[in-house]
Design a protein around this ligand. Structure first.
Ligand code: KG4
Ligand code: ZN
Length: 336
């Protein structure tokens, strides 16, 4: 078969990213323009600013990616774009840009779910082997998923309340850390010790998660200490939080590996960039004798390379979108 080059576009949050991905696994060219510094001034992503900045920058990001690429835009096989979930205005910039390119260059259009993109980041310079257990940990998700084949997702369990990334961001905020919260908690926790006694989530035997109790206990602890005029040892609290939260992920992963006797595992989503999580999941996969795939650091956070990787199985099945494609702010990975 002729090589398939997918030009992929990702604008679901605050990164404008375009990649050219060969055969779903090789990165021919890749650009990520982050708006992080702009949003940091406001303490979080401002949707209106995000979509405006995508509009201003997307053409330059395309030009830069094409300059890095070994092929021309005419040689592209298909155009892929993230259409859900994410910030509506931001998604729309990518979707309309993708439709325009598809129309002008007469290339098939492929609509990709952002969360599925995070999972397929593990296919870059690698090949997913099924059946596999996927732990998806991001700003919007904390899911344990069984995949028996490409695009077959069985959700074993999910968070019953907050996503783990959301929890990281909240903890960062009460500790007075700057946006983006997760990476800053990660950094600070490296200097900390387990000194705070935080509540462990209930020890049940389901594959579901719960983080809101842990989050609330940290918010209350910080407020109480502040009212008493006591100083918070921020690095110790950051470490103690991570210790409990990631222990919960490990416990549920261990339960699934044991019950399902699976030998392949992947982690995906923004929180998979967390250094403590990466180390702890490596330990548990060794304990259960499982092959573990962790995306390269640059493919853990939002990027278009993962969208190109996730578009490839859809290209092979000829699952193309038409020009009525619209963006959606919410979407489960099992929805079409
Ligand atoms: O996957 P993602 O880009 O968002 C969604 O698609 O939902 O993940 C963003 C989340 C944020 O909550 C961010 O704080 C968290 O991932 N994150 C981290 C780290 N890097 C990003 N959390 C903990 N440690 C990190 N190193
Ligand atoms: Zn993401």
């Amino acid at each position: 078969m002729k090589d398939v080059y997918i030009l992929a576009i990702e604008t679901s949050c605050d990164e404008t990213s375009i990649a050219i991905v060969k055969n779903g696994c090789e990165i021919d060219a890749f650009t990520v323009l982050t708006q992080m510094d702009t949003h940091a001034e406001y303490g979080g992503v401002v949707p209106e600013i995000a979509s405006r900045m995508h509009t201003e920058n997307i053409t330059m990001v395309l030009e830069e990616t094409l300059n890095k690429s070994s092929i021309t835009i005419n040689e592209i096989t298909a155009i892929a774009v993230t259409y859900a979930p994410g910030l509506l205005g931001s998604l729309l910039v990518g979707v309309e840009f993708a439709k325009t390119l598809s129309y002008i260059y007469n290339k098939p259009l492929i609509a990709v779910n952002h969360t599925i993109g995070h999972i397929y980041a593990n296919n870059i310079n690698n090949q997913l082997k099924f059946p596999l257990l996927a732990l998806v940990v991001s700003g919007g998700h904390t899911d344990l998923i069984l995949m028996k084949d490409d695009y077959q997702f069985e959700i074993l369990g999910s968070t019953l309340d907050d996503a783990i990334g959301e929890c990281y961001d909240k903890v960062a905020r009460v500790l007075g850390l700057k946006y983006p919260g997760g990476p800053n908690v990660d950094k600070l926790a490296k200097e900390g010790k387990l000194t705070y006694n935080l509540p462990k989530p209930v020890d049940d035997k389901t594959y579901n998660f719960s983080f809101s109790g842990l989050k609330s206990s940290i918010i209350n602890l910080v407020h109480n200490e502040q009212q008493r005029g006591n100083e918070i040892r921020k690095e110790d609290l950051a470490f103690s939080f991570q210790y409990i939260a990631i222990d919960e992920l490990k416990r549920k992963v261990g339960l699934a590996l044991k019950n399902l006797n699976i030998k392949e595992m992947i982690i995906a989503g923004g929180v998979s960039a967390n250094s403590y999580l990466r180390d702890e999941i490596k330990k548990i996969s060794k304990e259960y004798n499982v092959n573990l795939s962790i995306p390269e650091f640059k493919y853990c956070t939002d990027n278009a390379a993962m969208i190109g990787a996730a578009a490839y199985p859809l290209y092979l099945k000829k699952e193309f979108a038409n020009f009525s494609l619209n963006a959606k702010s919410q979407m489960n990975i099992t929805e079409k």
